[in-house]
Design a protein around this ligand. Sequence first.
Ligand SMILES: [Fe+2]
Length: 280
Amino acid sequence: MSALSPLWPAYLHHFRLDTPDPERLLSFYREALGMEDRTIGDDIWWLEGPARRMMIGKGAAETVPMAAYAVEDRARLSALRARLEENGQEIEPCPTPMLNGGAFAVRNPDGIVMAFGTPEADRSTGQGLPGRLQHIVFATTDTGPQRRFYEDVLGFIESDRVLDEAGEITAVFHRSDEEHHSYAAFRADAARFDHFALETGEWNDVRDWADRFAAMHVPLWWGPGRHGPGNNLFFMVRDPDGNRVEISAELELMPADMAYRTWPHEERTLNLWGQGWMRS
Ligand SMILES: [Fe+2]
C-alpha cells in the first residue's frame, strides 16, 4: 500500500456545470434533485442538497469546466501537490471557494480543471431522496493521455477498461477510493462532458427517483439497467440543457490492490440488461 498516491482516498466533492440559461437549470436542480442554491459570484451559483453539491455558471451549454475532489487531509493534499510539481505539472490557483486547506488545481489533457482540497464542512440541506454525488465522466478523442494523466500523474487506480477489436481503449474507469470509479473517460468524436452520477442506497431508491422524475414529467433517457464495469444499477435522465444525470445503486467496491479487468466494446458491457449507449 506504500505505493498509493497521496490522492487516496479522495472523492468527487462538486463540479461546475455551465449553461446559457442558469435560471432554467437552477429551477430543474432545485425541483428534481432537492437542492438549495445561492449566488456565490457573478453569474455563478452554489447548489447543495443531501450529500450532493454542484455549481452552475453562465457559459456554454453542456460544459463542465471543473471537477473538484476532496482529499482526506492537509498532509495528503500537500503531498499530492508535491507529487504533481515533481511531475512538472503546472499548478493553478483553486477556482472554487468550496475547498479548503491550500486547495489547488491542475488541468487534464483536455483542459478540464481538476481541483483538489479538503472539504468545507458538509451541510446536509434541502429536501430530497438519498443520492450522494459520486462520479463524473467525460468523453475524449483519445483515452491514452487521459489514462496516463489520471493514473501516472494523479494516482487514481484503474478499475476497468473497455477494448475494441483493435485493442484500443474505448472506456476507462478510475477509482480514488474503494468505490469502482469516481472518474471515467469514454472515447468519442469530440471531448465533452458525458454525465455525472448520484449514488443511492439500493434498488428501491432507484424506483423512488424514477417516480420522482415521472411526477415531473421527466422521462428516463437510458435504463434502468446494470452496467458491466461497476456492476451498478442505473438509469439516466436529461436536464433541460440535455446534460445526463445518472441515478446509481450498488456500485461495486474494489480494494486498492485489485487489478483492473477488461471488457469487450459492445452494448452488453455498458448495460448487462440490454441496450447500451455507445459513445464510439
Ligand atoms: Fe456513470
